[in-house]
Design a protein around this ligand. Structure first.
Ligand SMILES: C[S@@+](CC[C@H](N)C(=O)[O-])C[C@H]1O[C@@H](n2cnc3c(N)ncnc32)[C@H](O)[C@@H]1O
Length: 221
């Protein structure tokens, strides 16, 4: 587990009324927390249930108002962080609200999602997409520079396996702990091994976490 989480002050402070808490009692929250603690709780039945849930949600997803906030939070993280270059994979890309922004920052972005219906609605110009299950990623060990998760579950073992020695995990919750699929920075740090340096902040009502692997540096020193 990393030593501690560094919390950076917010540059974008919340304005107006807080968003409705659609998250803390949501069935997806229970799955998110269970999987973060115990990857074996992600069974084929749970995977099928989650895929079916998001297949059904896909139709109205891109038009939903709340999606925009995730972009603001992701933008805040990207503009304040030092990130490695190379292959970037977005997990749980949905209909691509974060993918477009990631493409402005990185040369090679692959959008991955479990739900075929979500991926079908990801705009063609956003390029490479892969239907995948983040519990068993179709990437070689150490092959990915950045994994990005916007309102997505954490499969820590696979994150650690596929990230390069100096790789980074980007984590965004568009409305913080009111987001159904949410984990705190401390919980993410707890799920990762000690070589990760974990930084977190808030932007508007959202929260973000950057976990950077420092394996390369510790190997050299
Ligand atoms: C809450 S939505 C977020 C979509 C998008 N990132 C956004 O913020 O608009 C979660 C997405 O994660 C996908 N997902 C859930 N479990 C997954 C898994 N094990 N592997 C890959 N994608 C998964 C769902 O299909 C869904 O598209």
């Amino acid at each position: 587990m990393p030593e501690s989480v560094t919390h950076l002050p917010a540059l974008l402070t919340p304005v107006g009324e807080p968003p409705e808490d659609i998250g803390s009692a949501h069935p997806m929250r229970q799955i998110t927390e269970a999987v973060a603690d115990d990857p074996l709780s992600w069974t084929p039945q749970v995977a099928q249930q989650v895929a079916g849930f998001f297949d059904e949600m896909a139709e109205g997803w891109a038009a939903s108002q709340s999606r925009g906030r995730g972009q603001e939070v992701l933008q805040d993280l990207l503009s304040r962080s030092e990130l490695p270059t190379g292959v970037v994979v977005e997990l749980g890309a949905g209909t691509g609200s974060g993918t477009a922004l990631l493409q402005q920052h990185f040369e090679q972005v692959i959008a991955g999602d479990l739900s075929a219906e979500m991926l079908k609605r990801l705009p063609k110009e956003l390029g490479q997409r892969v239907q995948l299950d983040s519990s068993a990623l179709p990437f070689a060990t150490g092959a990915v520079s950045v994994l990005a998760c916007v309102n997505m579950m954490l499969f820590a073992d696979e994150v650690v396996r596929v990230l390069a020695a100096d790789g980074a995990l980007i984590w965004v919750n568009s409305i913080g702990d009111r987001t159904p699929i949410h984990l705190s920075a401390e919980r993410i740090a707890h799920a990762l091994p000690a070589q990760f340096e974990v930084t977190a902040s808030t932007a508007n009502w959202g929260t973000w976490v950057l976990a950077r692997s420092r394996m390369k540096e510790s190997r050299l020193s």
